[in-house]
Design a binder for this molecule. Structure first.
Ligand SMILES: [Zn+2]
Length: 312
């Protein structure tokens, strides 16, 4: 009798343990962690939290400040901007994390990048406060992120960055929308933008101009993912791997500043090939060796070639 019970119970127990193991494995895999994060990034969970122009998403300790006119500084109902920014974050995380895990359209990358995806998830899951802030015509960059090492006073965007704590991203809705800055002097408007006197007056005091020559950023999901890559300590440089640019170019279909699809596809392929290079990424914890390889393999020319193909 005893052995009969034991015999009957064992398969059930084995089944139970097996299903628990499956759940545990699912939670720890990149796909499982990504899915859990995406479930928390819901616009319906945004809360008004005291400050009139601030919304919070408690599940990830995110504050979205002053973003009513995100992304392109156009008239829209209040809170639509924060909802749109959250949607861009969600789309960016979905595409970017899947790509770093080797499940994007360009296939498997070096495992170092899957590790970066886990690091980003750990930061987003942490109780640390994160900030998205929007500004209007306040900087020359479309967006900028804080660095875990802090902000140097030498940084040209120091005036903006000093107003937020790490981890934060600041978006400029004038730059995102391709709106001409109101901060130039009259001579600049005449010489570089060929504005007539009445246009200058209208631009300064009425509706700002949106010249066709200024870029409106389209792939905002790619931009948000690019900025969050900086939260991991990856900086722009020609001397060592420019991880943020490589991720945006490989995972989000090329550069936002290039409109020709074939040119973009070629740059995307190059970026992904670099991200697959075992010799380069296996040296990620030996920065000097990696820097030499980056130069030796000619990868330091990648960004120059990308920029050379930007729409004029
Ligand atoms: Zn960047």
């Amino acid at each position: 009798m005893r052995s009969w019970i034991a015999g009957r119970c064992r398969p059930a127990l084995v089944l139970l343990l097996a299903s628990q193991a499956t759940i545990a494995a699912d939670v720890d895999t990149l796909a499982g962690r990504t899915e859990r994060l995406l479930q928390t990034l819901q616009a319906g969970d945004l809360r008004l939290d005291g400050a009139p122009d601030e919304l919070t998403l408690p599940a990830v300790n995110l504050r979205i400040r002053h973003c009513d006119s995100y992304p392109y500084h156009e008239d829209q109902p209040p809170q639509d901007g924060a909802r749109q920014l959250l949607a861009d974050l969600r789309a960016g995380m979905q595409t970017g994390l899947q790509c770093l895990g080797g499940n994007g359209p360009m296939g498997r990358l070096h495992p170092y990048h899957e590790y970066q995806a886990h690091r980003l998830l750990t930061l987003l899951e942490s109780p640390q406060d994160k900030t998205f802030k929007c500004v209007e015509d306040a900087m020359f960059a479309t967006a900028v992120a804080t660095d875990p090492q802090g902000t140097s006073i030498e940084d040209p965007l120091y005036q903006q960055l000093r107003q937020v704590d790490y981890p934060a991203v600041i978006f400029d809705t004038y730059r995102l929308g391709g709106i001409l800055s109101r901060r130039h002097d009259d001579q600049t408007y005449r010489t570089f933008f060929h504005l007539a006197e009445d246009q200058i007056v209208e631009h300064r005091s009425g509706q700002p101009l949106r010249p066709a020559s200024l870029h409106r950023y389209r792939d905002r999901a790619g931009l948000v993912f690019h900025e969050l890559t900086h939260w991991l300590g990856h900086r722009h440089s020609a001397l060592y791997p420019d991880v943020a640019t490589l991720y945006e170019t490989c995972c989000f279909g090329g550069s936002d500043y290039i409109s020709d699809p074939d040119t973009n596809a070629a740059h995307q392929q190059t970026a992904c090939n670099i991200l697959k290079d075992d010799a380069l990424w296996s040296q990620s914890y030996r920065p000097y060796t990696q820097m030499r390889l980056w130069h030796h393999k000619g990868y330091d020319r990648f960004k120059l070639r990308l920029r050379a193909d930007f729409d004029s």
